[in-house]
Design a protein around this ligand. Structure first.
Ligand SMILES: O=c1ccn([C@@H]2O[C@H](COP(=O)(O)O)[C@@H](O)[C@H]2O)c(=O)[nH]1
Length: 233
């Protein structure tokens, strides 16, 4: 079975994106399209990456605007049939509800706190104290507004799970295999730690796509998750 990994296809061009998607497709459940590709190619990129692969396409466009604008955007994006569409939880209750109502067939995932922000960067934007507290507050607001999925750091999965229960899908970027370069990610954990904490879908980009062989890198992380699952059974 394909591993619960969404590979972030943050590629400079559609040819590279299509190659990465087909190389990782046998090993993972999902490919993720973000701003870099969508803003260059628009809706066609979704069809291209879906291609003949069985992977789901996750649209990570992090909508954040007034409710009416987000509703219109979510309605248009839902036509592409993504499995998941992201909005920023900080957009507030009405904005999240507007997205959920506009795209009833799509899982709306609310981004709590970007995983690139460390304590100092969070303080810069007025969020002080433990990141887990702020993430929990935003998570509750998002779920109360109808979001069925949340995006958070792997380090915050356990506390969010305790708060929102088993039915909400927890999606974690900020995943780095042991020894991998963290790049611009601040609140990180290994794939095994994210999985063991209870994450439902691990978002992993550069550790896979920048490897010499993306297919082999995806297969290796998928195998590590299977070992973690077997060990916890
Ligand atoms: O809080 C967030 C929300 C989304 N992302 C996205 O995930 C991937 C991570 O890619 P890596 O190469 O594994 O760092 C990227 O597309 C981000 O836009 C996130 O990192 N953090």
């Amino acid at each position: 079975m394909a591993a619960p990994i969404a590979v972030a296809i943050d590629a400079p061009d559609i040819e590279t994106a299509a190659r990465w998607a087909s190389e990782v497709a046998p090993h993972v459940s999902t490919v993720k399209v973000g701003l870099e590709l969508y803003l260059r190619y628009g809706p066609e990129v979704v069809g291209t990456l879906r291609g003949g692969n069985k992977t789901s396409v996750f649209l990570d466009l992090k909508l954040h605007d007034i409710p009416a604008t987000v509703a219109g955007a979510a309605r248009n994006l839902a036509r592409l049939k993504p499995s998941i569409l992201t909005v920023h939880a900080a957009g507030g209750r009405e904005m999240i509800s507007a997205a959920v109502e506009a795209a009833p067939q799509t899982t709306i995932a609310a981004v709590t706190l970007l995983t690139s922000l460390d304590d100092a960067a969070l303080a810069d934007v007025g969020i002080t104290g433990p990141s887990a507290d702020a993430a929990r507050r935003l998570a509750v607001l998002a779920v109360e507004s109808g979001a069925r999925a949340l995006v958070c750091s792997p380090n915050e999965v356990a506390s969010l799970r305790a708060e929102v229960g088993p039915e909400v899908t927890l999606i974690t970027p900020g995943v780095r295999p042991a020894g991998a370069d963290h790049g611009d990610q601040a609140r990180v954990a290994t794939p095994e730690a994210a999985y063991e904490a209870g994450a439902d879908l691990l978002v992993i980009g550069r550790p896979i796509t920048r490897a010499a062989d993306p297919g082999a890198a995806a297969a290796s992380i998928a195998a590590a998750l299977r070992r973690a699952e077997a060990a916890s059974a």
